[in-house]
Write a protein that binds this ligand. Structure first.
Ligand SMILES: Cc1ncc(COP(=O)(O)O)c(C=O)c1O
Length: 392
């Protein structure tokens, strides 16, 4: 049982541990891309110290000089146990997993298993921009199935996209983002079951990017795609990267449903061997021992979602924000501000706050920005103040 669920005392909020001076000393992308007068609330890194069990596992490995090629099944075992504890899912079979260097490399490998160059990959735009780049890089083509007005998967639109993707009888894949980046929407069991039925009916293979699965609010339930009926030939990508801020300690797992085991066996050995051993050690420790830390993070993100709603209502009431229940991201509809297609450019220019431009998220992203909530409440307050000053 995790801390929150068992009623155990909750550890300190990791989002309140670091000062801005400490954060400005960081050398990773979030705090390096822009000059020091810009407040960076963009790329999905988190302003948190490393969870203690993860830090201990890596420092122990470094002390041992344990920095060779990766081996063993500790990572999928830790994830399988986490999945059973956290999501009540005991269907993750260690023998149907493959280590991948990171989630986006895993997505490309998965798409290569189930499609050929030139085939279509359906995505629910607006969606995580590297989906577009990675699909193009793998010589596949994107077919967009825009989300509905309510920011949820529109099954009619998805079916139409599946039809287009399968035109001429060619193989096709559906790259599902679950939970969804940038909206933070958690897909329900009913929705995912309908998706699997649709995919089966149209002969479309599902690749689910579930990197944000650990970062789901206490009141919501993450449903692993492979756990729904009809998803037996699905593939999923999982990782501790987003839950514990491990992008610098790369690693991921490609997980196959029972009917995709033969596909998984075709993943080249070199792909798994390229996974960082220190990354695997960090991800394993996170899934095995990082539950309490994660509970505190998830609670802190919930507080930040509420804070952002209140701040926007007060200072930027024209901005439309529908808080999701997952991820550290907020998707803001700024169209009523009259700042054009790219409000992020205006917020950066005039407000000195860096957000992601919605334009990069595909159709439907214009006039929107993505704000990263994984920071101290004071910095969210300051960001909204800066955004309001850019408009006013
Ligand atoms: C949906 C999604 N997939 C993949 C990634 C990147 O994962 P990785 O760094 O392991 O490639 C991110 C990062 O934010 C993401 O939001």
């Amino acid at each position: 049982m995790t801390g929150l669920l068992s009623g155990a005392p909750t550890a300190v909020n990791p989002l309140r541990q670091l000062t801005i001076d400490q954060l400005r000393q960081r050398t990773s992308l979030k705090w390096r891309e822009y000059p020091d007068d810009v407040l960076p609330l963009w790329v999905a890194e988190m302003d948190v110290p490393l969870a203690e069990p993860v830090a201990r596992a890596i420092t122990d490995a470094v002390a041992r000089g344990d920095t060779g090629y990766t081996a063993g099944t500790a990572y999928p075992q830790a994830l399988a146990e986490f999945a059973a504890r956290r999501w009540g899912w005991d269907g993750l079979a260690v023998e149907r997993t493959a280590l991948v260097p990171d989630v986006m490399h895993g997505v490309v490998e998965a798409l290569r298993l189930v499609t050929e160059p030139g085939d279509a990959v359906v995505v629910n735009c607006p969606v995580y921009p590297p989906f577009y780049e990675s699909v193009a890089h793998a010589d596949r083509r994107i077919v967009e199935a825009p989300l509905g007005e309510d920011l949820r998967i529109d099954l009619g639109t998805l079916e139409e996209a599946f039809r287009r993707a399968r035109a001429g009888g060619r193989p096709a894949a559906y790259l599902l983002c679950s939970p969804h980046n940038p909206t933070g929407v958690v897909h329900s069991a009913t929705e995912l079951t309908a998706v699997s039925a649709l995919a089966e009916r149209h002969g479309v293979r599902v690749v689910a990017d579930e990197i944000h699965a650990p970062v789901v609010a206490g009141g919501a339930r993450f449903v692993p795609y492979l756990s729904v009926p009809g998803a037996e030939d699905g593939l999923s990508l999982m990782s501790a990267s987003k839950g514990w801020n491990l992008a610098g300690l790369r690693g991921g797992l490609l997980v196959a449903g029972p009917a995709a085991a033969e596909d998984l066996a075709r993943v080249p050995l070199g792909v798994s061997v390229s996974t960082s051993h220190l990354g695997v050690i960090a991800h394993t420790a996170a899934f095995r021992d990082g539950g309490e830390w994660l509970d505190s993070l998830v609670a802190g993100l919930d507080d930040n979602r509420r804070l952002l709603s209140a701040l926007l209502a007060e200072h930027l009431p024209a901005v439309r924000y529908r808080p999701g229940q997952a991820t550290c991201l907020a998707w803001l509809d700024c169209r009523a501000l009259g700042l054009g297609d790219d409000p992020a450019a205006v917020f950066l220019d005039r407000g000195r706050v860096a957000l992601n431009s919605g334009l990069t998220f595909g159709t439907g992203g214009g006039g929107h920005v993505r704000l990263n909530l994984a920071t101290a409440p004071e910095l969210i307050t300051e960001a909204v103040r800066r955004m309001a000053s850019a408009v006013g």
